[in-house]
Structure formats: C-alpha cells, structure tokens
Design a binder for this molecule. Sequence first.
Ligand code: BJW
Length: 250
Amino acid sequence: MNVLVLTGAGISAESGVPTFRGADGLWEGHAIEDVATPEGFARRPQSVHQFYNQRRKQLQHADVAPNAAHLALAEFEQAVMSPHTADDHESANQFLLVTQNIDNLHVRAGSQRVLPMHGELLKVRCIDTDEVFDWTDDLSLDTPHPQDPSNPRARGRLRPHVVWFGEMPIGLDRIARAASTADVFLAIGTSGLVYPAAGIVRQTSPACRRIEINLDDTPASSVFDETIRGKATVEVPQLLDRLAKEWKLG
Ligand code: BJW
C-alpha cells in the first residue's frame, strides 16, 4: 500500500497556529506580496523579518503543540510501515507526508517521513551560500552570520528558510514519484489555491483513492473520490481508524 498525505494550515489551526486565508488568518493584516515574495523581502526586509520573528516566537510558545490529527497521522505511518504490515518483501508499503506548513508539528508528533515543501520556520538560510541553519531566535538586518560572527559585512545575510511565491518548492521530484504510485492520497486542511501543491491530486493515477478533509469545499473538491467536511482533529483520527481496519493494520 502506498500512502501519500498532503497537509495545509488547517491541520495546525486547532493547535493555535493561524491559517493564511479567511477571517483572522495571517494575511488579514498583511499584503501577501509584501511578506511572502522575494520582491517584498528585497523592498522591506525588516518588516518581513518581523512577520517571521513573530511566527517563530509563537510556534515556540508552550501552548502550541501537535493535536489529535498530527498524532493520528504519526501513529498511522507507524502502522503502515510496520514490517508485519507488508504483504511480502517485494511489495513493501510506502508512506510520505508532504506538508505545506512551515511549523514543526508533524515532526513533534512523531511523523518520520515528512517533506516540508514550503520550508521550515525554525531554519534560516544564508542568502549568499544557500547554507541552512537551525534557528530559534529573531532575525534582523544586524544578525551576525553563525559561521563568521565577527565579520560586520556578513551581518544580515540570513533569511527565513521558507518558499515564497515565485520560488521553487522543495522536493517536487520526490512528490511527483510518490503521487504517481500512490494507492491512497489524503489532502487535509488545505485551501487548494496554491500551486504546485494544489495540483498533486491530479498527478495521482486514476486507480488512486483520493480523500479530502476540510471544513469547507475547495476548488479541488470535485477531483476527490471522497470529501469529508469537518475539523481535522475529529475527522483525521476517524478516517485513519477506518482505513487501518479496512487494511487490517496492527
Ligand atoms: C480546516 C480547519 C480545521 C481550517 N480542520 N480544515 C499554476 C497555476 C496558477 C498559479 C501558479 C501555478 N504554478 C505556480 C503558480 C504561482 C504560485 C501560486 O500558486 N499562485 C496562486 C496564489 C495562484 N505558486 C508559486 O509561486 C510556487 N512556486 C512555484 O510554482 O514555482 C515554480 C517556479 C518557480 C520559479 C521558476 C519557475 C517555476 C510557490 C508557492 C509558495 C507558497 N508559499 C506560502 C508561504 C510559505 C511561508 C509561510 O508560511 O509564510 O505557503 S503561501 C501560503 O499558502 C503558505 C501555505 O503553505 C500555502 C497554502 O495555504 P494552505 O495551507 O492551503 O492554507 P489556507 O489558509 O489557504 O487554507 C487553510 C484551509 O484549511 C482552508 O481550506 C480551511 O477551510 C481549512 N481549515 N481550519 C480542517 N480545523
């Protein structure tokens, strides 16, 4: 059994991480082109740093933790990938969790095969060398370079390790391979407005069973075989329980 999961901001909403679109979303007080494009960063780097500093701080707040949906996915992955689950050695199961989220809640929940296609909030990247560093503090135009802290000219050369509009998402080849061989594709808590993530469902084969979980309909809903309307914390554990029973997983 090959399982491909795509998650979006909706899965983390009940963990206290705001979504992007809609009332109270992250874009409410910000123009997207100001904070989520390379051009916006070039124009006003300090305000982009502030936007991400605030989110980095919030992600590390004690109240923000993986919820029942994150935890159920981690448990499901373990059951799918258990050596007792595979029919035989030739047909080992596969599992990939592609997330558009830059929070670390899937990893904190225990998921192991996670591909954060839009980057990671707790990482930064050197603008000059593309080297990536773990990062929990604020960034500013004055932040020293971790490898050259005493060089004043190397200050302020770090940016958030995230994918902005017009930039290439991470791991697209791996995602395309997983989509083409998936037996089951689950899309959870994503508005289906941002490409190429929104197009993954169309990269799956006609034999693939496609299931969407979201509070509302999305532009992609009609492409799915099953659409489940409701909160991720309720619907994801229920669906995975149902699939585990169907597939007689441990
Ligand atoms: C719940 C819930 C609960 C709430 N339970 N559900 C093809 C066609 C048209 C356009 C394009 C195209 N290909 C590329 C483009 C351009 C562009 C794009 O898509 N534009 C559209 C806006 C039209 N795409 C790009 O630029 C991408 N790059 C690219 O294609 O490169 C190719 C290339 C590059 C260079 C040269 C040549 C080729 C990059 C896209 C990067 C997106 N980046 C962001 C910011 C990341 C950093 C950050 O976090 O700040 O990623 S934008 C933002 O949107 C973020 C998200 O990952 C992404 C998706 O949002 P998501 O997760 O769906 O959240 P929401 O808020 O939209 O929706 C939440 C959903 O949850 C809702 O549906 C709710 O109902 C639901 N929900 N609570 C269940 N409790």
